[in-house]
Design a protein. Structure first.
Length: 437
């Protein structure tokens, strides 16, 4: 999920109706083509602002209209609203024809029954499933079922570092391990400058980092059969290590406990922090006036050694998928729109605009995506990134555990001690809030 990943919270998440009907203008049992000349599209907020997204997307939608005669009504939905809006649409029957979803939500939204399944026939209509990169397809729904969505933008976390700030602190290379990152962060943290920025009030962002730390400790938040397991030793250690960047190591400003809307990117762009962990941030940083040559991009640190498989995981498989509500009243047009947005040409245009990586193989191989920055992201996706659990309860997991971590950051910012016991208590409470099987 991408550039402004604010918390998708609210009661509607916790009361997700897994038997909900689909939305759109057609019947509740399936789609129609009653409105063949129009589509509604909910796009996620990928850039530094909604207005920037409109400037990126509208010319492409106009191009689609010219090619097909289908007018697309665009709404760019902030991340803080998107999941709630989607879940409400699955139960109200009022929603778009086509929409962006964070790829981590794929299995949860699939379980509602609201989305068009991308079986072999539907994939053939957009050029075939084999056009897409395997890692991106791994975050499109529950294993063993037809995907609930099609990959649109692929992303991975990287460590962005201010070259001058690290050099001035005597750090001659980007940190490769967490111990090195903490040491570098402490060297920088003084005079109102801080080592690294985080979005402590953003449950989704918290989950992404906690998940990676857990993998590096050989743990996960779900058992092999999909049951919540938030309080195992590895998960507790992972969350504590993450929060300790503020609570113990003191390389994150206490004010970051309230960050949830891209403020960490802004702080990095303005030279307030020396390092940033973010997904495909280059376009966002450029839009905020940061020169390309003033920062470097390196793989996210690991506990020891170098990124790779197993405990060397250093990113979740991030990205945005494109989904269709299966009772759309322009089901053929919606499918044509997915074909257009995932075409080689559009993939190059859109992923260039958002500094993301095309999940379409032919587009990814284009020279435009062979920059040093993109090489780090592509290598991470290929070698050391793992999809978040593709289970129906994933969105509730993001909310409950992400909020627990948010509360722990609030404790750290308020000077309250964050102990192993307090972390375990917070994760126990989160697990108790998950749906009972």
């Amino acid at each position: 999920m991408r550039s402004i990943r604010a918390a998708a919270t609210g009661a509607v998440i916790l009361s997700l109706a897994l038997t909900a009907t689909a939305c759109g203008g057609g019947s509740t049992s399936g789609g129609s083509n009653d409105s063949p000349k129009e589509l509604t599209y909910w796009a996620s907020n990928q850039g530094a602002s909604v207005e920037i997204d409109k400037k990126v997307l509208q010319p492409e939608l106009d191009k689609f209209e010219k090619q097909t005669g289908i007018k697309v009504k665009l709404e760019v939905v902030p991340w803080s609203d998107l999941l709630n809006r989607i879940l409400t649409a699955t139960t109200s029957g009022q929603g778009p024809d086509v929409l962006n979803i964070g790829n981590t939500w794929s299995a949860s939204l699939q379980a509602t029954g609201a989305l068009l399944p991308w079986d072999a026939k539907n994939f053939d209509r957009i050029g075939g499933k084999d056009r897409f990169v395997e890692s991106a397809l791994g975050s499109t729904g529950t294993e063993g079922q037809d995907p609930a969505a099609v990959p649109l933008y692929s992303m991975a976390y990287a460590l962005y570092y201010n070259k001058q700030m690290l050099a001035d602190a005597g750090v001659d290379a980007p940190p490769a391990t967490w111990d090195e990152l903490v040491a570098a962060g402490k060297s920088v943290t003084k005079g109102g400058k801080w080592g690294i920025a985080m979005e402590g009030s953003n449950p989704s962002e918290n989950i992404h980092h906690a998940f990676v730390f857990a993998k590096q400790h050989g743990a996960d938040f779900f058992t092999a059969d999909g049951k919540p397991d938030f309080t195992n030793d590895g998960a507790v250690t992972a969350v504590k290590q993450y929060v300790d960047l503020m609570a113990k190591d003191e390389i994150i400003a206490p004010g970051n406990a309230e960050y949830a809307q891209n403020q960490s990117v802004s702080d990095f762009a303005k030279g307030k922090t020396a390092m940033l962990l973010w997904q495909s941030a280059s376009a966002n940083l450029k839009s905020q006036g940061m020169a390309d040559d003033s920062y470097g991009i390196a793989p996210v640190p690991v506990q020891s050694g170098t990124p790779g498989a197993g405990k060397q995981v250093n990113s979740m498989v991030a990205g945005i998928n494109l989904a269709v509500f299966k009772n759309s009243d322009n089901i053929d047009g919606a499918t044509d729109f997915v074909k257009f947005m995932t075409s080689d040409a559009e993939q190059k245009i859109l992923n260039t605009a958002y500094s993301s990586i095309p999940p379409v193989k032919a587009a990814q191989e284009d020279a435009a995506f062979n920059s040093p920055a993109n090489s780090v992201l592509k290598d991470t996706l290929a070698q050391s990134a793992v999809a978040l659990p593709q289970v129906p309860d994933e969105s509730q997991f993001e909310t409950t555990v992400g909020t627990a971590v948010k509360d722990l950051f609030a404790d750290a910012a308020g000077g309250r001690e964050v102990t192993t016991a307090s972390v375990k208590a917070a994760l126990t409470k989160a697990q108790q809030q998950m749906p009972k099987k």
